[in-house]
Write a new protein. Structure first.
Length: 309
């Protein structure tokens, strides 16, 4: 796809031990990126690094693909390595289990035509053949675009479909490498980054026309662990906000505790939906652990890895 009329972008794909997912992701990206764009595959210390490297090397024709390997597991570390190596002024992030849809690159890059936009989030849906999956995650299917600033409430998006200007990422230190998959607090790294961008005065936008589909590959048992991790990430995020941005802490606390967990719990109990009840309780328990744990309290320092060159 030509890029002459839009800002070129670098697309960072963090991956670990999922070469089949990565191959599908790259095939979808090849239909979207242009000659001025680049794709950076960052291997998050896969146990079988050869397989991931071979998939990156065999990227579809026409896609400029680079391969990096992180020294240790951690999605946030991998993403930071990716955007720090980007040759463009804006970088997009997609997960390896995501497939971008038609028009995605144009919509992501087009958002940066507005100089006030520092970051962009997009629509995250479910493949049609998985439409019956209970409680898919992540999910971001708001139908209308919106501006993102400190006053915006509700879900802002997710790092499975996210882009930012590199100078904004550098100013706030990028993703916190002590949060997210591959760490003890194994979720919440994207929302915590959004909070820091907003606290620093940056604004963004949500574009529902920048669409991706997220493969719901987890089994039901694996989904229980996912909700526990989501809760821990939420607790860590609240601990950060309480310390660094008290003006948003009350609103985000209500969103997480009342609008999400309490609403889901009451609705599931009334409907006799036992799995949904357990999911909500796991998120609540995880949130409390994330808030109260010593590792989270230790995050009250600088809290970020620091800007990268």
């Amino acid at each position: 796809m030509p890029t002459g009329s839009r800002l070129p972008i670098s697309v960072v794909v963090a991956t670990r031990d999922r070469p089949e997912h990565l191959a599908r992701c790259l095939r979808a990206l090849a239909r979207e990126v242009g000659a001025a764009d680049e794709v950076i595959v960052v291997d998050s210390a896969s146990r079988d690094g050869t397989a991931v490297r071979e998939v990156a090397a065999a990227a579809p024709q026409g896609i400029r693909c680079r391969y990096l390997r992180a020294p240790r597991p951690g999605t946030s570390l991998a993403r930071n390595l990716g955007w720090a190596a980007a040759a463009t002024s804006a970088v997009a992030f997609v997960d390896d289990d995501v497939e971008v849809l038609a028009g995605w690159a144009e919509e992501i890059a087009g958002a940066f035509a507005d100089p006030a936009v520092a970051f962009v989030t997009g629509w995250i849906g479910v493949p049609p053949h998985q439409a019956d999956v209970a409680e898919p995650n992540p999910l971001m299917v708001a139908p209308t675009p919106f501006h993102i600033d400190r006053h915006r409430r509700g879900l802002l998006g997710a790092s499975a479909n996210f882009a930012a200007r590199c100078d904004a990422l550098a100013a706030v230190g990028g993703f916190d490498e002590r949060l997210g998959p591959g760490t003890w607090i194994s979720a919440g790294e994207d929302h915590e980054l959004f909070d820091r961008l907003l606290a620093a005065g940056y604004t963004g936008c949500y574009r529902p026309s920048a669409r991706v589909e997220h493969d719901q590959w987890r089994t039901r048992r694996e989904s229980f662990g996912l909700h526990w991790r989501i809760g821990k990430g939420a607790g860590a995020r609240l601990a950060r906000l309480a310390h660094r941005d008290p003006s948003r802490f009350a609103a985000v606390s209500r969103e997480l505790l009342v609008d999400d967990i309490a609403h889901a719990l009451v609705g599931s109990v009334r409907a006799g939906y036992q799995t949904g009840t357990v999911f909500a309780l796991l998120r609540l328990a995880g949130l409390l652990v994330g808030w109260l744990s010593a590792p989270v309290r230790a995050l009250f320092g600088s809290g970020i890895a620091g800007p990268r060159p």
